[in-house]
Design a protein around this ligand. Sequence first.
Ligand code: DOR
Ligand code: ZN
Length: 462
Amino acid sequence: MGTAPTVNYELVVRGGTIVTPERLIRADLAVADGTVCAIGTSLAHADKEIDATGRYILPGVVDAHVHFREPGMAYKEDFGTGSRAAAVGGVTTVFDMPNTVPPVATLDIFEHKLDTVAGKSHVDFGLYGMLGQDNADEIPKLAGAGAIGLKLFMGQTTGDNPCPDDGAIYRGLRAAEESGLVVGVHAENNPLLQQLAKELRAQGRTDVRAHLESRPPLVEVEAVTRIATLAGAVGTTLHIHHLSTRDGLERVKMLRALGHRLTVEALVGHLLLDDSAYDEFANLVKLNPPVRPAEHGAALWAGISSGDVDIVATDHAPHSGEEQAEPNVWCAHGGWIGVETSLPLMLTQVAQGRLTINDVVRLCAANPARIWGIDDRKGHLDVGADADFVIVDPAAPGVVTGAHLHSKHPVTPYEGWETTGSVEATYLRGELIAEHGEIVGPPRGRHLAPRDRKPTTLGGPL
Ligand code: DOR
Ligand code: ZN
């Protein structure tokens, strides 16, 4: 007679509903060595048991677009505060942007950034390198050091880093392709937006709508078309960050029909706010690319339904109170915080019937993990994956309250918004890192590099 194998689970979560992009699975989930080791019913008893009856168990959110500002701008945010906000909000992996000081354009700077932030993060993190004017030779080294991908700023934004010309872009795209790195693009045509801004300034305009007028849809459409053309010629894996216009999304569909492969990100802010927010918040909701009239947000929502939008991210972009209160729009800093509020706000959209809980998992966890090549560990809860999960009460009411948020400057345009669906607890590799709005334990986040890349199946035809 055989004996039952001895199972040694560290943790079992019982009675919850595990959410995948396709399914809802009523099952228990067991953790050993920080990974999911079993999913099923009647799993053996563990020392630590969690009752998740009536709750969803989601894979931890993978936010592919945050600015935690270290090194160089820690007065705005740092990895400690930013990652606390992430953990409390159900985000277990973040990818941090390279427009820090100095910008992450070389191996030395990348290593310095990694040294600076290591040990401070409550969530796992990837670090982008920059695709700049003159750093193509550094790109293989950035890949070797574990950069999660590259960021290309085609249009001016925080940090005022020079936007590379097309020759430099082409060279950088080639180096990225050879190094197996995804290139994510801030797709705005810089000379065009500068020209329009100059004309508006000459008219004496300093209001927030002048910023919107300086970045019309053409600015985005031209940049999307150009970068898809260049990346398509080279074969680089291309991602468009914060696509913001109906026209830009139409162009993406045309490019895909022509055979281009590219993935598309929409921001929570572009989905939930329209230009009426300028009347209430003025420069607090200055954003590059801007918050736009409602028809553009509607197009992004339609893109979510049709599958043309691949991921949702936050562009968590903290600034000091003075920088945000600056009355002249050309001097105000663009962006605002969002990493802590994104999941409750998306859950609220689920409660309102605008998308499903499966869509949230697809857009906010599974797809970003696939695009950047960390889906061997992240973005899902299959056996073998990291036990990064969030316990969510889908019916719990909440109110966004800046005073309860964990960022350094917790000012949010969602202040007072009522939410349905709350993050009860967040686990990173099987350890509780946040519960009921508060952080638990010391920073345990680790640096994440992409695995050896294989082509993503996302983004349209090959
Ligand atoms: O408004 C923005 N702020 N857009 C960006 O692309 C960058 C971000 C920041 O770093 O502040
Ligand atoms: Zn950004």
